[in-house]
Write a protein of this length. Structure first.
Length: 160
């Protein structure tokens, strides 16, 4: 019997193409579970696990924010980082249409379009952080700068 081939997500293929080192973690998951449950299931420290949030400006431009799972996005700080007057969270039902990913599997790497990406400055305090791998049941661990490189992201203060 051969070794079962790992199914790569778009995000993983992009990291491979850019020769960015990463570690994947997979787990059984048939439906959305929040990031805190995922961190607990995999035994990850909450402060090293980050969630990906998508916002929209009044003129329908989209912006992506990557913040620690236990934090809340400060929309004023986010708007300032994105040079916008204001931002609102997109509706959950729009995630797939806008990003190409589903809720719980959304990552800043390899969205349908390259939206501006902002990563909370706290990420650089860690050698490696964990983000969604691009599908339910998959997480990617990589250096914060490598995440920024892969999604053309920048670091700034984003949480309350």
């Amino acid at each position: 019997m051969g070794k079962q081939k790992e199914v790569k997500t778009n995000a993983m293929r992009i990291l491979d193409r850019q020769k960015i080192p990463y570690q994947t973690y997979t787990y059984e998951c048939d439906e959305f579970v929040d990031a805190q449950q995922t961190a607990d299931l995999l035994g990850f420290a909450h402060e090293t696990m980050f969630k990906t949030l998508v916002t929209v400006s009044p003129n329908r431009n989209y912006f992506v924010f990557v913040i620690p799972i236990d934090e809340e996005l400060d929309l004023k700080k986010a708007a300032k980082a994105a040079s916008q007057k204001s931002l609102a969270m997109i509706h959950v039902k729009e995630i797939n249409q806008i990003t190409g990913y589903i809720r719980g599997g959304c990552t800043a790497i390899g969205m349908k379009k390259q939206y501006p990406v902002f990563i909370d400055a706290s990420a650089v305090l860690h050698e490696r952080i964990i983000v969604s791998g691009g599908k339910l049941g998959a997480q990617i661990e990589l250096a914060p700068q490598h995440l920024a490189d892969a999604c053309q992201g920048s670091f700034c203060e984003l949480t309350r």
